[in-house]
Structure formats: structure tokens, C-alpha cells
Ligand binder design. Structure first.
Ligand code: CP
Ligand code: NVA
Length: 308
């Protein structure tokens, strides 16, 4: 059977996303801590950037499924510098059964997927973060018990996390409002793709430069850092440009009374969100972080069941 990859959330059909959520819920509920789903399988983690959640949740997921996990740091595999991406992909395909890649350039994930014979999972690139968005939408469904009729509001940078969340929401029929400062809108190609999915699912999409307009009556308020990994030289400009886009107690007053606050983490209290919001009873950030583990177990079972 042809191998499958998770390069972007669009690598999955809506039906596959919903069925991953069903598997995730079962895995999360199960009292059996360790299963044999990945027995005799090895999974590599090739990371060009730091990570807490993605690395640890994948390592624990592979352990809980009885597989073997190998972490490859930026110093060990200097993708495209020490050797070509093609040689890395072809070599690792001879040892591993699956590779999770966290890269700067999204093209590197695409190249790895094209040149490998094993499933490639995008563990965050400059363009997308599909494991995060799948987890976010699973967490929304888990909390509210439904997806339809809810509005997800994202305030901040139209970045990798925003892109995957937008595409995922459009696929499953969640309405999404995105507030960004001028110059920080999500990529027009991603927005166009999301609008195409939304036409089928019935989801509504609003792009605005007004956080107040976006947050009004929202069920979910989502934020991410203003300076993503790899953008450190732009820090000063970004901190200026994002003034007014902080999620704080004044802004959340406009949301639905039962709103939840979400953040992919790591977070910077006092910048994109104030401590009183992120640490309030409305915040589900640690359920969200935990769910990375359960969702990624379901992803690994889905992809590895089809390979080799
Ligand atoms: N949310 C997320 O991907 O966190 P890490 O960068 O710590 O993996
Ligand atoms: N947008 C952030 C997400 C971190 C999980 C980054 O790319 O650094």
C-alpha cells in the first residue's frame, strides 16, 4: 500500500480527521498504558529547532505503543548542509519506520516526504503545525462535545499555528475569525485553500485587523507567540507591531461567557496574553498540551498501519 505522510493537515480528509478523533478518544480513555501497536518499529525525531511538547509527547507516545524512538538533534543531522536532504531521506528510510521532522523550511518537510519510503510527520515547519491543529480541534470537540456552531478566534501572528488551525477549522466546519496587525495576515494561498474547504463544510472565515471584532461572542480564543522560532532578529519590530493584540481581561469580556482560552505553548505572559487570562479557569492549555500525546498516538497508528 502507498505510504501516507502528514505534511499538512490537508494531507487528511475530513472523514480521516474525525476518525482520528474517535481513535484518540478511545486511546485517552483506555486503562491500558502500553500496547503493541508499534512493536518492532522505530520512529526518528529529526529536529532543527528546540521543542518541549512535540519531542516529549512523541517520545512518550512511541514508548506507550512499544516502539523505539531515536532523537536526532540539529547538530547531528544538519539537513542540506552536512548532507543533502535526499541522502538523509533515503538513508533514514533504510533504518526507520517513520520520521517526525521539525524544520525551518516547509519545503524540507515536502522534500523529505517525497524522497523517503517511510511516512513523514511534520512536527512544525515555518508554514504549518498539523499535529498542533489536530490536537487543538480534538480538544475543542472534547470540551464542548461538538464542533458545529462554534467560533474559534485567533489573535496575533498569521503564522504556522494559525495556518494549520485555519485549514483544520475550515475542513471540519468550525467558524474562524483571525485578527492580525497589518502585514501579519495568514498566507493568501492558505486562506484561499481554507475558503475552498469552508465552501464544502459551511464554515465561515473572517480576517480582520480588529481584535475586538474577532473576539466578539467567540467560544474559543487562541493565541500564539508574536516571535516564532527563527524570527528572533525581528523581535523589536514585532513587539511594536503587535501592541494592541494582547489577550487581556478587557478583550475577553467581549467573548461568549463560557469561552475557553487556548495556546499551543510556549507562552509569554505579559506579551501575547496576560497571566490572569492564561491562568484563569477559562484556560485549557494543559489539557491541550496533554492531548498532543493522545492525538499523536492515533496519528502514528494511522500512518504506520499503512506503511511497509
Ligand atoms: N506547541 C509545541 O509544538 O510546543 P514545542 O515547541 O515545545 O514542541
Ligand atoms: N509559532 C511558534 C509555535 C511554537 C510551537 C513557532 O513557530 O515558534
Amino acid at each position: 500500500m502507498k505510504k501516507r505522510d502528514l505534511v499538512c493537515i490537508t494531507s487528511l480528509s475530513t472523514q480521516e480527521i474525525l476518525s482520528l478523533f474517535e481513535s484518540t478518544a478511545k486511546l485517552k480513555k483506555s486503562k491500558i498504558k502500553r500496547t503493541n501497536h508499534l512493536k518492532n518499529k522505530s520512529v526518528g525525531l529529526l529536529f532543527q529547532k528546540p521543542s518541549n511538547r512535540t519531542r516529549v509527547s512523541f517520545e512518550v507516545a512511541v514508548w506507550q505503543l512499544s516502539g523505539n524512538c531515536i532523537y536526532l538533534s540539529p547538530e547531528e543531522i544538519d539537513l542540506g548542509k552536512r548532507e543533502s536532504t535526499a541522502d538523509v531521506a533515503k538513508t533514514l528510510s533504510r533504518y526507520l519506520d517513520c520520521l517526525v521532522a521539525r524544520t525551518f523550511s516547509h519545503q524540507d518537510v515536502i522534500d523529505l516526504a517525497e524522497m523517503s519510503t517511510i511516512p513523514i510527520i511534520n512536527g512544525l515547519s515555518d508554514l504549518t503545525h498539523p499535529c498542533q491543529a489536530l490536537t487543538d480541534i480534538f480538544s475543542i470537540k472534547e470540551y464542548f462535545g461538538r464542533l458545529k456552531g462554534l467560533t474559534v478566534t485567533y489573535v496575533g501572528d498569521g503564522n504556522n499555528v494559525c495556518h494549520s488551525l485555519l485549514l483544520g477549522c475550515a475542513k471540519v466546519g468550525l467558524d474562524m475569525k483571525i485578527a492580525t496587525p497589518p502585514g501579519y495576515k495568514p498566507s493568501p494561498e492558505v486562506v484561499q485553500m481554507a475558503r475552498d474547504f469552508a465552501r464544502k463544510s459551511g464554515a465561515k472565515i473572517l480576517l480582520t485587523e480588529s481584535p475586538q471584532e474577532a473576539v466578539a461572542r467567540a467560544n474559543v480564543i487562541y493565541s500564539d507567540v508574536w516571535v516564532s522560532m527563527g524570527q528572533e532578529t525581528e523581535t523589536k519590530k514585532r513587539l511594536d507591531d503587535f501592541k494592541g493584540f494582547q489577550i487581556n481581561s478587557d478583550l475577553v469580556k467581549l467573548a461568549d461567557k463560557e469561552y475557553i482560552f487556548m495556546h499551543c505553548l510556549p507562552a509569554h505572559r505579559g506579551l501575547e496574553v496576560t497571566a490572569d487570562v492564561i491562568d484563569s479557569d477559562h484556560s485549557i492549555i494543559f489539557d491541550q498540551a496533554e492531548n498532543r500525546l493522545h492525538v499523536q498516538k492515533a496519528i502514528l497508528i494511522f500512518l504506520l498501519g499503512r506503511s511497509k
